[in-house]
Design a protein around this ligand. Sequence first.
Ligand code: RIB
Ligand code: CA
Length: 315
Amino acid sequence: MNASIPVIIDCDPGVDDAVALFLAFAAPELDILAVTTVGGNVPADRTARNGRLLRQIAGLTDQPPVYAGAAQPLERSLDIADHFHGPEGLGTLEPFEPSVPLAAGSSAEAIVDLVMEAAPGTITLAVTGPMTNVALALRREPQVAERLKRIVAMGGSRSEGGNITASAEYNIWADPEAAHEVLSAAVEVVMLGLDVTHQVRTPDAVIDTIRAIGTPAAEATAAMLDYGQYTARKWREGQEGPMHDPCVIAYILRPDLFDVRPCDIQVETISTLTRGHTQVEFRLAEGATPRHFWGVKADRDGVFDLIVSALRAQA
Ligand code: RIB
Ligand code: CA
């Protein structure tokens, strides 16, 4: 199968980002133009290293290029989430210095250059961390908005409440101003928030199936999924950890595994108490053209079947 879907993956690896990357690296349909990293779960120097490290475990060398991105949110200081990802952002995986260096330039510069060089409406931007790089790219070149095919992002929450505070999901909470700027731009955004990612919880049996594939990428994926079970149990989020970020790649590959609804999404940037809250409004004005789509349903088994079959096919 030829790589027919050009994507840029902006991420903050991160345990679930790592599973999303291993799925993406193994999916022949994806033409990954770049992995652009951002400070989030762990500081930017570690997410940049992790992007390269995960690429190497997947058996890749210098393609796709990995870029380092924003170390701080647009206006706030970075609050990392290493309590969910481990100090290195890799769970229990022992980090090492990857052999291939970072690509030159920043994540925001790479997003602008790649989108402006490509035919309009062809590139999907997958976002699985705070939206800082995306906002910086839009500030640098506003035309990026109209030239992107769409953004598919993991972020926000409506009916599930929050995971970093009672009212906000981490990616949006970490940089609410960036999320506001991205959601205000003239680009379609499919937002897969906790309402769907909490439906995609890892069955223990799937971890055993993936580990049995035996490749380095499969073994690392199993280790990340195991860590997701550990943190879910540790933080009393249930027995099975939600796999947030792989939903973004799964949606790009198989949108039929999800139900999304047209809406208007606004982000709280003023209140301290509800910082990063996403107000998801389904009641659109008559005749309005929706720009935002909110995930309401996910096929958990379909998502994990996708991950297993992609890793198995790579073996
Ligand atoms: O709230 C979940 C999101 O925050 C995921 O992207 C996870 O990696 C963390 O960044
Ligand atoms: Ca993430």
